[in-house]
Design a protein around this ligand. Sequence first.
Ligand code: PGA
Length: 244
Amino acid sequence: MSYRLIVAADSGELGSRAADLLAEALAARPDAVLGLPTGRTPVSSYAELTRRSTQGGIDLTRAVAFALDEWLGVSPDHPATNAAFFRRHLSVPLAALHLMRSDADDPAAECAAFQSLLRESGGLDLALLGIGLNGHLAFNEPGSGFDSRCRGIDLAETTRRAHASEFGGLAATPRRGLTLGLADIMEARQALLLASGPGKAAVLARALCGPLTEDLPASILQRHPALVVVADRAAAAELPRRAA
Ligand code: PGA
């Protein structure tokens, strides 16, 4: 496998490098279709995009974005939804930001509609991705098929624990989520994986250098033909010095 590795000094520089790569993609294709993650990791990238967009350094007004996942069984007004996350962190005019509904009555129908919309948009040009402590990609928890598509999924306990404080405790944290599948993500023409902090060092190295396995969903990225990894020094600590 091969991937391009960019090591940033810290999370702030990571955001700036990720914004550079998005700017390059948008220069080539102003109406690019983007897949966007939530979580702590992309916050600095979204802050940088918001800053550049406000100052006129980047133009996302023709870009279409799809949120990669959403919690299920929670009101769209809840501050811990991914919809609320984007309202807080990405103050950038986009042609559209599509999200699955966190209060969908019929998750299968919601996912089918979202998948159709993505297909009609021509698929993802660039998927911005985070990696979970358990190796998940979007809400594709361990055990997700490499051929998986947009669907409802039972969330791993580690995922729920990582977000329990936002929902006021583990008991109140949703047990289900909606997510684009690994096959949907792999169809992105470019994949940009972000990782920040020492807690991600081991899982990032296993995903990129370990066995390709559905037990570690992010390992599927080893098969992606256009993968760029932007990691801060702490997250890159266990990677080989030079990407193969
Ligand atoms: P984090 O989440 O950025 O908050 O670490 C990443 C993920 O779970 O995919």
